[in-house]
Write a protein that binds this ligand. Structure first.
Ligand code: SF4
Length: 958
């Protein structure tokens, strides 16, 4: 006899006794999460199904947030340097003393010369606060990490289409038929892109990835185009050549929504050559085919000519911008055969992809039966779209030719008529904005005054040489030289140049470098050994450090900690309020506007404070006007939550757009609501406003959308946003370089400006490729973004370290075998700047001329509270050591930043190297840096993580 034993298994055991909602901060994506707590301890993190960003999806990083929350690498107490920088000799101090020291240093600067504060932040998400704080302090020397991340993408987009890829736009996942993705694009908008790729794969749309390396998203592409780094612009211009040749161009779209028909003055040698012809009121002219005469290019009544050589009544010769565009790119130098060798993409492939784009755009039109009205009041019965969508990010951006490449991609989109139409690229609010947004950077020569705020924000958008921050002889006014002739359109600043320039005192010395979440002595620095030397260098005459004071705030013991004089320990993202604001980098989607907060989920168990609270208190102590009341008392005694709810940037516009008005009755604009943060918490920590169906496409020209955008404060007025096929802004800088206007570049910089400020996209070899011996350094070297680690943010995370606990140099198998290299061989990677020795791993999914590794995995021994022999420091490495922050000297000795000459974007991906088998195998990567001791107050990390044991003990009562 057998008896069946029925076993009861609880398939969904209760894991928590409390659940709280907040926003993930394990990468830049900002997904909604539900945090499960057991006895006050984080037990489990789940995606929030209702959240607009991730709709319940959670990635490996997000679920591993528990290990960041309880990481042994958390700083626990304010620290003051008592020994030499770099040796890790600190003493613990209290917050009163720490704040008094910071107030003393900063107070002195503000009273004497506010420019001597350089305030730079990393990949934080509070730039709406930090930028405003810098402006209140009175220093122009502020930026976040954008200059070394993807400013080329942002600037090219904002100056061209009034929006950008990044997380500011998205493919129309539900309608596109053809998705073209360029370069490394994994680290922003991460979960929405994964969800979107699922949609397009499910619908059978084609996904083509153009990337030297087949990892990440490229691994699931239907076609991988293994292009050579830095040549994407040439590839795109060849696609444009083919589309023009085949006459596959949406001329109606160009005439309606772009400046392609605007007339450009042809008067070489004069001050107006290349500018738009305008009428007496400054309105641009086109050639009206109805009247065969000049007409108002902005009028809905004209029938504009797209080509033709015309003469205005005053005798000036003019042609439509499109004629210049077509003339340039029809040139045989852009033919597929002409670019195949440089790009590594066969001519037949380029030609086929151009034909596929044209087929998807013009033969698979998407129609949505939804009437809408354009800006001129014309009603359209349906929404017709060209279902080709594109996306690009840092892989395109981080080259010294990246600005023009990004612009070229946007021009390709315009040509196909696929910007904010069904099936194409879609803006996420608050974009589109005017091209460029009407905000100028403050900080012109002679405007900075002790004890006074600046007249505007430190970052903005220049529209001509007169907006630059230079003095009469062209000397830069900012410490990073942003908005100077070195990088006129440096819309995100140039953080990668701050330490070098401050150390040199060029253009002037500073007193205090104040940084937040910026690992500038390691993975966020080019030339790591040189940067460390500059941070520790002293003036021989005074014995003082060349950069006298460094204040650093971070939650973890990163490599930067050892190089600061004062450490202000931050909380984790689960211990504080945060604000994901429409004034900063919002979490909107194409169908709705949204913003969000973080709320404290657990109490800090250390003597740490949220950086935002510290900044607001410090501002009040310094008497910054926006942070004190007329009687001198703090304006926001409730610190950041108080600021989030009650600060107004403009009347009715604040940090959050939801539940505004005294009782939370309005959205977008409205009086501050003291209970606003509570309203967000009650709504799972986010707000979203869904657009009506007629507002969802053609946002740049859609009357209903533009009126709403103006009402919500996204744009100043409900005017159409004209896409800039031809950039008059760039031409203004070129004219200055040719000797016109009152603000002109110094003689030695003229040719560089003239060459790179072309109103139509150009392609040139990235500077390092062009300046080093290509035979001596025959390979490209780039980094890729792992899906399970966001830069160094997972360095302390016990679970994620098991996925990426070390890295290797990945090489094409054929290339490696040609060099006699096999898997796990030790190889020396040499650039014009330095050398590293690391282990190799062979693969097929990388184009033969490129080697690559995962970004930011290598760690300095002793940091992040890792064991001194951790894999990250023994077998991990950075390419940063062999990247120079400066280009080789010009003929006259001048050394420019290793950056794009238009925007100052750090050119991380321009690196050229040679790879050789190391003469003898090593046991650890080189260079090795001396270990840094653990900061005081930090216990030795356990060798085995026993997270979870506490819950088992509690369950079993043991
Ligand atoms: S994608 Fe980023 S924000 Fe979203 S769950 Fe993953 S780590 Fe968190």
């Amino acid at each position: 006899m057998f008896r069946t034993v029925k076993e009861e298994v609880d398939l969904s055991p209760t894991v928590s006794d409390e659940v709280k909602f907040t926003t993930c901060y394990m990468c830049a994506c900002r997904c909604g999460i539900k945090v499960h707590l057991k006895d006050g301890t984080v037990r489990y993190i789940e995606g929030n199904k209702n959240h607009p960003v991730n709709r319940g999806v959670l990635c490996a990083k997000g679920s591993a947030g528990i290990m960041t929350q309880y990481a042994p690498a958390r700083l626990s107490q304010p620290l003051l340097l008592v020994g030499e920088r770099g040796k890790g000799e600190f003493k613990e101090i209290g917050w009163d003393e720490a704040m008094a020291i910071a107030e003393g240093w900063l107070g002195h600067i503000r009273k004497t010369d506010p420019r001597k504060l350089a305030f730079f932040t990393g990949r934080d998400q509070s730039q709406a606060l930090t930028g405003w704080w810098a402006s209140q302090f009175g220093t122009p020397n502020y930026a976040a990490h954008g200059g070394f991340c993807s400013v080329n993408m942002a600037a090219a987009g904002l100056y061209t289409i009034g929006g950008s890829f990044w997380e500011f736009g998205e493919p129309d996942w539900h309608h596109t038929r053809y998705f073209l993705m360029f370069g490394v694009a994994e680290d922003h908008d991460s979960n929405p892109i994964k969800i979107g790729l699922g949609h397009i794969k499910g619908r059978g749309a084609k996904f083509v990835s153009v990337n030297p390396v087949r990892t990440g998203y490229s691994a699931i592409a239907d076609e991988w185009v293994g292009i050579r780094p830095g040549t994407d612009g040439l590839f795109v211009l060849a696609l444009i050549h083919e589309l023009l040749r085949a006459d596959k161009v949406d001329l109606e779209y160009l005439a309606r929504y772009t400046n392609a028909h605007w007339l450009v003055i042809q008067a070489p040698g004069t001050a107006e050559d290349g500018l738009f012809a305008r009428d007496g009121e400054g309105r641009p002219l086109c050639w009206d085919r109805n009247t065969d005469a000049p007409g108002d290019a902005m009028s809905a009544e004209v029938s504009p000519a797209m080509v033709g050589d015309h003469t205005l009544a005053d005798g000036r010769r003019v042609v439509p911008a499109f004629q210049l565009f077509a003339g340039r790119y029809l040139d045989p130098q852009y033919a597929p055969e002409a670019v195949a060798a440089e790009t590594g993409v066969p001519a037949a492939t380029i030609r086929r992809i151009a034909a596929e784009l044209a087929h998807a755009a013009f033969s698979e039109e998407v129609v949505i039966e939804q009437p809408w009205t354009d800006w001129a009041g014309r009603r359209h019965e349906r929404m017709v779209g060209r279902p080709v969508a594109m996306h690009a990010m840092r892989g395109i951006s981080a080259h010294s030719n990246g600005f023009h490449t990004c612009r070229a991609i946007h021009l390709l989109q315009m040509l196909l008529g696929s910007i904010d139409t069904p099936g194409g690229f879609r803006y996420k609010p608050p974009f589109p904005r005017p091209c460029p947004p009407p905000i100028k950077p403050a900080g012109k020569a002679g405007t900075i005054e002790p004890g006074k705020p600046m007249a505007g924000p430190p970052l903005g958008f220049v529209t001509g040489p007169e907006d630059l921050l230079v003095d009469a002889d062209g000397t830069p006014q900012r410490i990073d030289k942003a908005y100077s002739w070195d990088a006129p359109m440096a819309a995100h600043g140039m953080m990668h140049m701050v330490i070098t320039n401050a150390w040199k005192g060029d253009p002037y010395p500073i007193d205090t470098l104040f940084m937040f979440m910026a690992n500038m002595s390691w993975n966020s620095a080019m030339n790591v050994p040189g940067t460390i030397a500059m941070l520790t260098d002293k003036d021989a005459a005074t014995g003082e450090y060349k950069i006298p004071h460094i204040i650093y705030s971070d939650a973890f013991a990163s490599e930067m900690v050892a190089y600061a004089d004062l450490i202000l320990p931050d909380t984790t993202y689960l211990e504080r309020h945060d604000c994901i604001s429409l004034l900063d980098r919002p979490i909107c989607d194409a169908d709705g506007a949204a913003d969000a907060i973080r709320q404290p989920i657990v109490e800090p168990d250390r003597n740490v404070r949220p950086f935002q609270d510290v900044l607001i208190e410090l501002g009040a102590r310094l008497g910054l006007p926006g942070l004190v009341k007329p009687d001198g008392s703090p304006r926001f005694p409730g610190l950041y939550p108080d600021y989030i709810a009650n600060h107004e940037r403009a009347p009715g516009i604040g940090m959050l757009a939801g539940w505004r008005g005294e009782n939370g009755e309005t959205e977008g604009r409205g009086a501050p609501n003291p209970k606003q943060v509570e309203a967000y918490i009650a709504n799972e920590c986010f707000w979203r406003h869904e657009f009506a169906p007629e507002e969802r496409y053609y946002k740049h020209a859609n009357k209903a959308y533009l009126e709403k955008a103006a009402r919500f404060g996204f744009i100043g007025a409900a005017q159409p946003i004209i896409l800039q096929l031809y950039s008059e802004v760039l031409q203004r800088f070129r004219l200055a370089a040719e000797g016109h206007g009152t603000v002109q570049p110094p003689e030695r910089q003229r040719e560089r400006v003239r060459q790179h400020f072309d109103p139509l996209p150009i392609w040139y070899r990235p500077f390092e490729h062009a300046s080093v011996d290509r035979e001596a350094f025959p390979l490209h070297a780039v980094t890729q973004r792992p899906a399970a680690m966001y830069h160094s943010w997972g360095s302390m995370n016990a679970w994620l370290r098991q996925i990426h606990g070390r890295n290797r140099l990945h090489m094409n198998r054929v290339t490696a075998e040609g060099l006699g290299i096999v898997d796990d061989d030790w190889v020396t990677v040499t650039s014009h700047h330095g050398a590293i020795t690391v282990q190799a791993k062979l693969m097929e999914g990388v184009e033969p001329g490129t080697v690559w590794t995962w970004n930011a995995i290598g760690k300095r021994s002793g940091t992040w509270n890792l064991a001194e022999d951790a894999g990250e420091s023994r077998k991990g490495f950075l390419l940063n050591h062999v990247i120079s922050e400066l280009l080789p000297p010009e003929g006259d000795g001048l050394r420019y930043a290793n950056a794009d000459p238009v925007t100052g974007q750090a050119a991380w991906y321009d690196l050229r190297v040679r790879v050789e088998k190391a003469p003898v195998p090593l046991t650890m990567t080189e260079p090795a840096f001396p270990p840094v001791p653990r900061p005081p107050g930090m216990k030795e990390a356990p060798t085995i993580s026993r997270f979870g044991a506490i819950f088992r003990r509690n369950r079993s009562g043991r």
